[in-house]
Design a protein around this ligand. Structure first.
Ligand code: NI
Length: 181
């Protein structure tokens, strides 16, 4: 296992549509090794999600791990470490809410992004088995952010008001300390 460098906005891989992983290739030693490296890389960076393109592997693979607990958006439910291959996202309710998003590939910045708040994800897990998750609120935003990476999109593409793209240190300076996420 090893920590990989995380590529940043400007690297062309972040703007490619990632390739679908053949089901027969999912439950393989090579893929398990890549997943282990992504987990190490995510934990080292201190994020809640990492998509394979962010370590310059343009395939349809992302991991998400949300610790949950209190945040500036209220109590957030946890997502235990989950591996998503070839995820397909379906919007169940298009009603949107906005969150201040950050991204390991866009370090130092935060942007306010509106997204639908009730979605379903159909995907394959690390053993290549079909799985489904239904998510609401902040967690719906998290999966949309991660799966955007598999389509060559970044959260900055969704910002409607560019006064709401800010440096994280300035943003933190404006927050109530115990509500910072
Ligand atoms: Ni990101």
């Amino acid at each position: 296992m090893s920590i990989h460098p995380i590529i940043k906005m400007g690297h062309p891989t972040l703007r490619q549509v990632a390739k679908t992983v053949a089901p027969a290739d999912i439950d393989s030693a090579q893929m398990h090794s890549l997943i282990a490296d992504m987990i190490d890389t995510l934990h080292d960076a201190g994020g809640i999600g990492l998509a394979a393109p962010q370590i310059n592997q343009p395939i349809q693979l992302a991991i998400i791990e949300v610790p949950g607990g209190p945040s500036r958006y209220g109590e957030i439910e946890p997502i235990p470490l989950t591996v998503f291959f070839n995820p397909v996202l379906t919007v169940i309710d298009p009603e949107e809410a906005g969150y201040w998003e950050g991204c390991l590939s866009v370090p130092g910045l935060r942007g306010f992004v509106y997204r639908p708040q009730h979605v379903r994800v159909d995907y394959m897990d690390a053993s290549g088995t079909d799985a489904t998750l239904e998510l609401q609120g902040f967690l719906a935003t998290v999966v949309q952010h991660e799966f955007d990476h598999l389509a060559g999109r970044l959260y900055v593409d969704h910002i409607r008001d560019m006064t709401q793209l800010v440096f994280e240190d300035e943003w933190l300076a404006q927050q109530t300390p115990d509500l910072v996420d």
